[in-house]
Design a binder for this molecule. Structure first.
Ligand SMILES: Nc1nc2c(ncn2[C@@H]2O[C@H](COP(=O)(O)OP(=O)(O)OP(=O)(O)O)[C@@H](O)[C@H]2O)c(=O)[nH]1
Length: 504
């Protein structure tokens, strides 16, 4: 699940990055192309304006003394072209000789400021730097010299563009103004803003703007930059060659990327159901895969519990590895249980005879008591066994003990428990048997032993004492003592006989 989430997060991040770079790249390119187009349009306008001024200047070469002709040409040019805010004709002495509109009221004034006199000094077609005119307008002037037929310089005719008022530049550039924070501005060769949608900023000199620096160096390009207002902008720019101005089209990076966040969020929201479905699938698969392992591990931890083997057998190990693991655990448990039960048997069995030893005997007694099951007990002992050992040796003595155990087993019922309680002492437990019946059993065994030839030892006899629980006593140890006592009495009375506790 973690991997899925990481992969998903990475995909979202990668998608976001790629889309972001694409948007930025596209916007930069669009702004560059746009700036180039506007620069070209402005160039075309300037060229056409200069052609118009050149035509008028040609008309006026012989009419500089004709006041009416000057006024009428100024008016014609102003009204017909609609390119200029005003038209002025200045003679070589810097005196304004004609204006349109005539309401300008500057006719007869002499130009004094160096910027206003730029055209006079150049004596050639010129686009001036911005300056404040005698009528108080902040403007640039596009001028053409008026030359007499004999080549004398007579003055110039100029069309002006009032930068802070409605003008031809507004009409060319302003119509393309976006409403998403994008805008266009134009800087002249001195880095002064001559067109800007915010009129307050026209005339401002911008010195720390990379786009302006680049475009005025003649570069057409696009870049991401922080503008003079501290806003991250995607700017495309192109130079206007005729006037050495630069057009910059720019859009705030934030508004470019605005839609992207929403787009990525929408993708994220739409993918949530599939993601949740996938995660749920992984979760369930993990549960299905890990469940048999978890159950096997739990089983292995509780291996000492009795019913665990059955529990493990019941585990649904539905795939190969779990099935193999289950098999191995069950096999291991089987081997372990066999070994444990063998050890258990060994610890409860007498090695020489295969009968119960004292520990086994105690277990038999405990189970009778637990079940409240009445039983008779026969205690028996080989008579004069010392002599057998002394006469025939210890090995033969062992064989006699084993032979007696065999006789006892052949006489016993399936439910009787036979026990070698000491060297040549034995006990027989007879569940659900009364004292009298036990006595009969004892006698039958005694007679059988007496009649049997045992290996090279010949025949032996045994003495037996019989008691009953709870007939002889309700206290189990007391019953055992009574059986012993009866056996002792049988020995005392000459051996090879059976005596019950009642007879003592
Ligand atoms: N061969 C052999 N002898 C044993 C074993 N355990 C005990 N004995 C011997 O059995 C004999 C028991 O002798 P006693 O308890 O004196 O009694 P007994 O000779 O049988 O005489 P009564 O019991 O009085 O009839 C001893 O000599 C023990 O050494 C055994 O496992 N193998």
């Amino acid at each position: 699940m973690f991997s899925v989430l990481i992969t998903l997060g990475n995909s979202f991040y990668a998608t976001y990055k790629v889309q972001r770079d694409l948007l930025i790249g596209n916007t930069l390119e669009a702004n560059r192309v746009y700036a180039a187009k506007l620069a070209e349009m402005t160039d075309v306008f300037l060229k056409s304006a200069q052609d118009q001024l050149a035509y008028s200047a040609g008309q006026l070469g012989s009419k500089m003394a004709d006041d009416t002709a000057l006024m009428s040409e100024a008016q014609r040019l102003h009204r017909q072209t609609n390119s200029f805010n005003s038209v002025v004709i200045v003679n070589k002495d810097a005196v304004i000789v004609a204006t349109s509109p005539h309401t300008l009221e500057v006719k007869g004034l002499t130009l004094t400021s160096p910027r206003a006199r730029q055209s006079l000094e150049a004596q050639k077609a010129l686009i001036t730097d911005p300056f404040v005119s005698p009528a108080g307008n902040y403007l640039i002037s596009i001028s053409h010299p008026i030359i007499a037929k004999d080549g004398r310089y007579l003055g110039y005719i100029a069309g002006t563009i009032y930068l802070q008022e409605e003008n031809i530049l507004n009409r060319i550039l302003g119509t393309h103004y976006y409403h998403d924070g994008s805008y266009i501005y134009v800087a002249d060769r001195n880095k002064t803003l001559i067109y800007h949608p915010d009129k307050q900023r026209i005339g401002q000199k911008i010195s720390n703007n990379t786009a302006i620096n680049e475009v005025l160096a003649g570069t057409e390009y696009a870049l991401s930059m922080i503008n003079s207002q501290g806003i991250d902008m995607l700017a495309g720019f192109a130079p206007i060659t005729k006037s050495s101005w630069g057009v910059i089209a720019q859009r705030p990076k934030s508004s470019t990327l605005e839609g992207l966040d929403g787009h990525i969020t929408a993708v994220f929201i739409k993918s949530i159901p599939v993601v949740l479905f996938t995660l749920a699938g992984i979760w369930l698969s993990a549960i299905f895969i890990s469940r048999p392992l978890w159950q096997l591990a739990k089983g292995a931890r509780l291996m000492d519990k009795k019913e665990v083997q059955q529990d493990i057998s019941g585990i649904h190990s539905w795939y190969f590895e779990a099935a193999q693991l289950k098999r191995a655990i069950l096999k291991g448990m089987g081997l372990l249980n066999d070994r444990i039960s063998k050890l258990h048997n060994d610890s409860h069995t007498d090695a020489m005879t295969g009968l119960f030893n004292r520990r086994g005997m105690q277990q038999v007694l405990d189970s009778y008591l637990e079940e409240r099951r009445p039983f008779a007990i026969i205690t028996l002992d080989i008579d004069h066994f010392k002599r057998v050992n002394d006469t025939h040796g210890h090995d033969i003595g062992d064989k006699v003990i084993q032979a007696l155990a065999g006789l006892m087993q052949s006489h016993a019922r399936k439910e009787d428990a036979l026990c070698r309680s000491g060297g040549e002492e034995f006990m027989i437990f007879l569940p659900d048997t009364g004292l009298a019946t036990a006595f009969d059993v004892a006698e039958r065994l005694r007679l059988q032993v007496a009649e049997s030839e045992i290996s090279t030892a010949g025949s032996i006899t045994i003495s037996l004492g019989i008691a009953h629980w709870p007939g002889s006593s309700v206290v189990i140890n007391e019953v055992l003592k009574q059986a012993d006592k009866a056996l002792y009495r049988a020995k005392q009375q000459g051996r090879n006989r059976s005596i019950t506790a009642e007879q003592t």
